[in-house]
Design a protein around this ligand. Structure first.
Ligand SMILES: [Zn+2]
Length: 369
């Protein structure tokens, strides 16, 4: 099943009548988990972590069995990088949502589906159009959440057979062809604008040879010109995977920009006390449930401590500063922070290779107040 805002609404309004609902977010991204055993192993360790949760909810046992056999069964991951799954045998609920983006692994038993990550993905999703052009053909494809939602083409054939003509005729034909090609480029620009009016795409990728693209950019409406995020040159007849790769490249660029903006915002907010840029302050804000958006570097790992009594997390143990209990050592404090933030329905943004975030120490947050 594909993600849509309607699907989120349906799940939010689903009447579970107080039954147990198991929500699972599983990252199945082929870039991170090459073999299926790799993400299946992750799922096993999620179940181990959730041991006490499961013990407290014996009704969820059958749901977990059903989810387990789903995770063990073969999955086509060519377009799927994340799975969101909601199961309640009692309430007759079984929804598997295939996502074109990776997710944070998360498992929770509750009485309602946990929709936070789906909402974040939906909110962050922006439409991307590709305008691919040569002198005869122009194609516009609009993508949303990794899927093609529209594809249109214009074709303006150029006259051929100039070799058997004399000089004058050949020059004349060349001029004529240039005029036709220009008309074609204008038509393609118009098609991109028409589809912009229809779909309001946020980003545009332009593909074509340098001379055609230069001519095209002169013809593009200024409001879509501002949306150009990437320039490339793949042939019009390229297979769909090639187009998809171009979209992925654009997405990476868009993501990097949005991460930079978020860091800037956190830095600004830090000056007025609602932005946080250290692990110590993040831990404090987390225990006070004040975090709205948590930003973490993918490569950030650090051992630490967790309080089994009040779930407080700390860099240093062994005594909990909140309740005075003995804390337990944890291998990766940052993963614990992410899991706790997910339980609190915070928005999580993970960044890889963000020099700005690494400069801040790998973790930062925006606070609710
Ligand atoms: Zn404690």
């Amino acid at each position: 099943m594909r993600l849509s805002s309607q699907l989120i609404k349906d799940l939010a309004n689903f009447d579970t009548k107080g039954s147990t609902v198991v929500s699972l977010y599983l990252n199945v991204d082929g870039k991170q988990y090459i073999r299926s055993q790799d993400y299946q192993r992750e799922f096993d360790s999620m179940l181990k972590r959730a041991k006490s949760q499961i013990e407290q909810n014996p009704l969820a046992k059958k749901d977990i069995e059903r989810i387990y056999s789903f995770v063990q069964s073969p999955m086509d991951r060519s377009k799927v990088r994340g799975i969101a799954l909601f199961s309640s045998l009692d309430a007759n609920l079984w929804k598997v949502v295939e996502l074109p983006v990776p997710v944070q692994n998360f498992f929770i038993i509750n009485t309602v589906p946990q929709l936070r990550q789906l909402e974040s993905i939906c909110e962050a999703s922006e439409k991307i159009a590709i305008l691919n052009i040569d002198r005869q053909r122009g194609r516009v494809i609009v993508f949303e959440l990794g899927e093609v939602i529209e594809s249109q083409e214009v074709f303006d054939e150029l006259p051929r057979h100039e070799d058997d003509k004399g000089d004058w005729e050949r020059d004349h034909l060349q001029d004529h062809k240039a005029v036709l090609a220009h008309k074609h480029i204008r038509k393609s620009a118009q098609l991109a604008f028409d589809l912009f009016k229809k779909y309001d795409y946020e980003h545009l990728v332009i593909s074509g040879s340098d001379d055609v693209v230069a001519e095209l950019e002169k013809e593009l409406h200024s409001c879509i010109k501002d949306r150009i995020v990437l320039r490339a040159n793949i042939g019009i007849s390229s297979p769909s995977e090639e187009y998809r790769r171009l979209v992925e490249k654009a997405e990476e660029k868009i993501m990097r920009t949005s991460h930079m903006k978020l860091i800037e915002k956190i830095r600004d907010k830090a000056a007025v006390g609602t932005g946080i840029v250290t692990l110590k302050d993040t831990l404090g804000a987390l225990s006070e449930k004040r975090i709205e958006t948590l930003m973490v570097s993918n490569s950030f790992e650090k051992p630490g401590w967790r309080c089994p009594n009040c779930t407080n997390l700390a860099e240093k143990g062994p005594i909990c500063s909140v309740c005075g209990s003995d804390m337990q050592k944890v291998e990766d404090l940052i993963e614990e922070v992410i899991q706790e933030a997910l339980h609190q329905s915070c928005k999580i943004v993970t960044a890889s290779e963000s020099a700005d975030l690494d400069c801040l120490g790998g973790i930062a947050a925006l606070l609710r107040y």
